[in-house]
Design a protein around this ligand. Structure first.
Ligand SMILES: [Zn+2]
Length: 245
């Protein structure tokens, strides 16, 4: 199916309520970078927290790749900044800082195999076990970004052999795939109405100031969201695709 057609179909997926999507139980979100969780599922997080539901976010990479040449924000300062941003965004969405976890893998180099990957699988598996989560959310494996694909691999490995865990994918960079490219199959999943959470989600997105503003102004190669790249995350719905075992 053409990407344009696929994403159009995604935009009209059936609606689902949070309780049905998550079973009202604790759930875990895997976020390749500090901001994907807010962009893709900030509304779901806010809804769940308001209902007293336990939400854990696992940030896979350190986020140091967004501004590699900044003098004012060298690597360690940038990593600390991005950790602070994801913590503050989480607090805006109602999360406790202790529910934001970091794997500290290197940005743009999250592994899909090897000892660091196995270690990440075991950390996330243990978290899921300890909080009793039955739902795991991760970025879409069709997102054209190596860390997002690695996150999808990690989630698949965590779910392997756990028929009691449901795995859901939330698209980020996939919204910006070339409309003329092709994708396998057709989208299966749901959309969640987040209109009541829109204001709080916008605030949480803005808390990722290093990615959304000119805060870091001394790296011409630095990353920054534009109106166009941010647009898919500013609408009334969030989208999840069911990942089959
Ligand atoms: Zn990302």
């Amino acid at each position: 199916m053409k990407v344009a057609q696929y994403l159009d179909a995604a935009r009209t997926l059936p609606l689902i309520f949070r309780e049905e999507l998550t079973g009202g139980e604790p759930f875990v979100i895997l976020s390749p970078h500090p901001d994907d969780e807010t962009l893709g599922l900030g509304g779901l997080i806010a809804q769940a927290r308001r209902a007293g539901q336990e939400v854990h976010v696992v940030v896979m990479t350190d986020g140091a790749g967004s501004h590699p040449n900044s003098i004012e924000y060298p690597r360690e300062i940038l990593v600390d900044l991005r950790k602070a941003e994801v913590r503050i965004a989480g607090e805006i969405l109602g999360m406790d800082a202790t529910c934001v976890h970091h794997l500290d893998l290197p940005d743009t180099q999250a592994p899909s195999e090897g000892p660091a990957f196995d270690e990440a699988v075991s950390v996330v598996s243990e978290l899921i076990r300890s909080v009793g989560a039955k739902h795991l959310f991760v970025t879409w494996d069709q997102d054209p970004h190596c860390d997002h694909k690695a996150a999808a691999d990690l989630a698949a490995a965590v779910r392997h052999g756990r028929s009691d865990i449901r795995l859901w994918a939330y698209p980020i960079w996939g919204w910006h795939l070339d409309p003329d490219d092709h994708l396998p199959g057709e989208p299966r999943g749901y959309r969640l109405d987040i209109r009541p959470e829109r204001v709080v989600k916008d605030k949480a997105i803005a808390a990722h100031a290093s990615q959304m503003s000119s805060l870091i102004g001394d790296d011409p190669t630095g990353f920054r969201f534009t109106q166009e790249t941010l647009a898919p995350f500013l609408g009334p719905y969030e989208y999840v695709f069911e990942v089959e075992p």
